[in-house]
Design a protein around this ligand. Sequence first.
Ligand SMILES: NC(=O)c1ccc[n+]([C@@H]2O[C@H](COP(=O)([O-])OP(=O)(O)OC[C@H]3O[C@@H](n4cnc5c(N)ncnc54)[C@H](O)[C@@H]3O)[C@@H](O)[C@H]2O)c1
Length: 414
Amino acid sequence: MTDPALADEGVRKIHYSERSMPLLSALASRFRAERPFDGMTISACLHVTAETAVLARTLRAGGARVALAASNPLSTQDDIAAALAECDGVEVHAKAGVGRDAYYEHIALAAGGEGPDLVIDDGGDLVHTLHAHAPSRTPLGGCESTTTGVLRLRRMAAEGALAFPMIAASDTPVKRLVDDRHGTGQSVIDGLLRASGVLLAGKTVVIAGFGPCGTGIAEAARGLGARVLVTEVDPVRALDAMLRGFRVLPLAEAAPFGEVFITATGSVGVITAEHMAVMRDGAILANAGHFDVEIDLQGLADLAVAVEADVRPHADAYELPDGRRLFLLAEGRVVNLVAADGNPAEVMDVAFGIEALTLAWLARNAEKLSPDVHPVPPDIDAEAARLVISSLGAEIDTLTDTQHSYLASWRLGS
Ligand SMILES: NC(=O)c1ccc[n+]([C@@H]2O[C@H](COP(=O)([O-])OP(=O)(O)OC[C@H]3O[C@@H](n4cnc5c(N)ncnc54)[C@H](O)[C@@H]3O)[C@@H](O)[C@H]2O)c1
């Protein structure tokens, strides 16, 4: 399925990313010696990018057979897929731009055969497929990489439908901080700028959702001089946004004067046709949430009298009856992965490093876990942070014995 002629270009990109991924490089050396996945198959459903390739190579170094499908039909980089298939012995089922049916067929192929020992998922489609077409054996367990996938898993577990333990890798404090906030914050603005070419300084940018992703996007947009407005449904998150100096208001109020709208809620139907009907000429719509359900795409299509596709790469213009034009980026899918390269390698190093450590832990311990959603063991989060800090050439202090005793005691006051 992959085009071998693209492999050389993919190898160059993978090597470039690898230089910025010291945690995975350190883990590859460790895994090469310890072989935690010997004889195991790991099925992965991830964006097929250079950083994912570095993870796949790390798991291969630990002895795993790796089968990879894409977690989004638009985010696959064909040269990376070719490099992994041709040079790294990874079984790749992914091609850029395939339709919905092929997307799910690819996931079924990556999940197929006897079924994997371990899984790594991004959004829940692989785990869902494993439950829908149960393979001959049940996986030992796996990791989920994103908030939307964890929410899906929790709903499955609540209904008693989850057949094996899954670790909520996206919930660790380190991943939340580095990946969601700093990584997504920067890369979503990168995707927005590449697809739209706008100057953000002085623009009114509306961010829907002030979770770690929305927070990062809001701060990155403000850093470029945008006037940032935030919409929320959670009072605590709304208060957080206000105390950081953002104006918080309902989306219906922001709709007529926002110039750029970015959704990052993980929810559905956030920007509706009613909002779009009152938007100003030239308003730009983009989504950072995992699925393309946050902007009402059907509502936008129904509202429009004409659509001009690809006015720029990854930007479509929707003309409203009175001549106003709204610009939809990346077809409403994750703009940082479709219109840009996704999160920077340094960021994915941390996120994937936590997942690689967790998979190695699961290979030894999964049988002790119930079929539920579990947190990443706290030692793994701290170990990942420690390895990254040292790879950046920094050191931190350690508690003295006196400090340990003081913090452990409730008898000592001032
Ligand atoms: N693009 C990427 O690279 C990337 C990276 C990480 C996560 N994600 C995805 O981004 C989404 C957000 O992630 P997160 O970790 O910040 O999630 P989160 O659940 O921590 O935060 C989402 C916030 O949106 C708010 N919200 C929900 N419905 C809303 C509505 N109708 N209007 C306004 N606010 C609303 C919630 O109250 C919450 O505060 C998820 O789908 C996640 O999977 C994308």
